[in-house]
Design a binder for this molecule. Structure first.
Ligand code: SAM
Length: 247
């Protein structure tokens, strides 16, 4: 559908669904911020081509609900986490999480400058001071001492195959921290590949969270990787190598 044909840009509120399917429900201020995020994406989309998901209910489910539900009960952890969202695009899952947890610090990384530019201008408009946008290839970020082994939580949604995602994410996580790979379907073949990759990266698969989305009943799997040892300096390999020669 063409963006200009969207007449209704009001998000559904769906408080009961939030309550029943996640460990979080937006306050009034958070609801206003989610709505402002949606309006900002739809407005910028005309120039920047940020997302194909533009209808209110679909946006609510696939961008907002999915971002929050993906981290499971971590959304209500009492401590303030340092989080990195890898290949964030227009800010998913990072921006909804920054709205839900203003006490967390979120670094949102993408190699596409126009997408990061959107995040840089939108976060302050939403009243968020906990969002740190970075334009870079994640292979470079993973070798940068400012970021390597610094995060409690690394998130990666819709960026690459699972073992590539693991190579991008695990070097950024401190020992004891977690990387969460947001996936749709999940196969035994992917599980086998991932197991080999995480062993090389200082991690282990700690949980596979399977769930269905509440409106379209689509399948999701969130794969939790626990960081048990420092990642060897060899990883992540140079820009482009993880995708050309996956672990
Ligand atoms: N995570 C967002 C979401 O789920 O809506 C965006 C997903 S989009 C399909 C993939 C994004 O990953 C793109 O914005 C792309 O620029 C970014 N990306 C892919 N490889 C990357 C890399 N090596 N370093 C940084 N960003 C990367």
């Amino acid at each position: 559908m063409n963006n200009s044909s969207i007449s209704n840009t009001e998000l559904p509120q769906l408080a009961t669904i939030w309550q029943e399917t996640t460990d979080w429900c937006p306050t009034e201020l958070q609801q206003v911020r989610l709505q402002s995020l949606y309006t900002a994406v739809i407005t910028a989309n005309q120039q920047l081509n940020l997302t194909r998901i533009t209808e209110p209910a679909e946006f609510w489910e696939k961008h907002l609900w999915d971002s929050i539900r993906g981290i499971g009960e971590l959304i209500k952890i009492p401590s303030a986490l340092k989080v990195i969202d890898i290949g964030t695009g227009a800010g998913f899952p990072g921006l909804p999480l920054a709205i839900a947890r203003t006490d967390w610090q979120l670094t949102l990384v993408d190699s596409t400058a126009k997408k990061v530019g959107f995040i840089s201008s939108t976060a302050p408009e939403l009243g968020l001071t906990n969002v740190h946008p970075v334009v870079s290839r994640i292979e470079d970020v993973g070798q940068d001492r400012q970021h390597r082994h610094r995060y409690d939580l690394a998130l990666i949604r819709a960026v690459a195959s699972v073992n590539v995602c693991a190579e991008y994410a695990l070097p950024l996580v401190k020992i004891g921290g977690t990387a969460i790979l947001y996936r749709g379907n999940w196969t035994q073949e992917e599980a086998d590949l991932l197991e080999l990759a995480v062993a090389k990266l200082g991690g282990e698969i700690s949980k596979i969270d399977r769930f269905n989305t509440p409106l379209s009943d689509s399948i999701r799997h969130c794969i939790y990787l626990h960081k048990i040892a420092d990642t060897h300096p060899y990883y992540p390999r140079a820009v482009g190598i993880p995708t050309q020669k996956p672990l």
